[in-house]
Ligand binder design. Sequence first.
Ligand SMILES: Cc1ncc(COP(=O)(O)O)c(C=O)c1O
Length: 404
Amino acid sequence: MLKINQNYQKLPGSYLFSTIGKKVAAYTQANPMKSIIRLGIGDVTQPLAPAILQAMHQAVDEMGRAETFHGYAPDLGYEFLRNAIVENDYAARGCPIAADEIFVSDGAKSDSANIQELFDQNSKIAVCDPVYPVYVDSNVMAGRTGTYDGESGMWSDVIYMPCVMENSFVPEFPRQTPDVIYLCLPNNPTGTTITKAQLQGWVDYANQNGALIIYDGAYEAYISQDTVAHSIYECEGARTCAIELKSFSKNAGFTGVRLGYTVVPKDLQFDGVRLHSMWARRHGTKYNGAPYIVQRAGAAVYSSEGKAQLKEQVAYYMKNAGVIYDGLKEAGYRVFGGVDAPYIWLKTPEGMSSWEFFDLLLTEANVVGTPGSGFGPSGEGYFRLTAFGSYENTVEALQRIRKM
Ligand SMILES: Cc1ncc(COP(=O)(O)O)c(C=O)c1O
């Protein structure tokens, strides 16, 4: 008789967005005349840029003719896309990354969840707290995180690196040495990041300790400060200690199109084995490539029209971020993020819990945000608002919050 993977039973359940949904549904049912503004989820709202649409249309037409039809894509992705990635995201920034070190995929979520297949069962992982929950959950499913303590919200075998107001949301080197360090910068949900000099410190630390950094750069397009690195490979020595994950979701609105890539440098060797060979093997066995139409759309992100149009799109969201950040500050809140990321992170007032503040915001301002505690134990007492709504809704939401 089949025995299931019991590790799945250990997952405490992703109550966050379902609880939010239920609370909002109950409130709207009881108050049908109220208009709710949603600044909770991290999904984009602007339509695909014209340059991307055009590329997709062309690719669709190619698929309809025998002489230009494309079947299975190459394992690592089409060269036209990998070359565009290398040229624009790496060579232009002086990062020594080659096209055959890029693995094109259907997004950073699956890559960030799947990458743990390369580590030994007993590897110790370290995560920023709070952070994107996929890193911990995927390791839970693999049986690598020990036991869960419902009281503290922590796993016994995970190293947590608190990112809180007191340390300016900068992760500190943990007391226990990890084997794998997940860094999401700029961070979801805090919207904060670290300087290139601080990141260099992490690269040095990883190299000195024989650790691997999984660097999630999903929000790289939102970086505005010159002191912040756009890629971990801007740091010296990163080729021997870091894998970088990138997504087309937030810079180009591909959340529903699905495209991302992972960089695995050939210099990354552990136990005398190249992680590049392992990931290539995994990719070849378990994945049949992102669709041709989508990869053509991805290449259009790097065209001059695409770049100009997407710069505007990012600016649109960052204008919203400014409205939220300034509005909350003026209303007396302690506010963070929103400068290099589309997320604004606020300290809940008067010692309220994240969920208490959620209820207050829903009932008093009819605005939906995300309780910080849903992203890790150190997120308790914080709250996330996103800049992905429309400008008009964002302005209206802040007017309401200021009146509370
Ligand atoms: C930190 C982080 N990484 C990855 C993703 C998912 O990216 P993708 O849409 O490419 O799967 C998200 C989405 O919210 C995210 O916040």
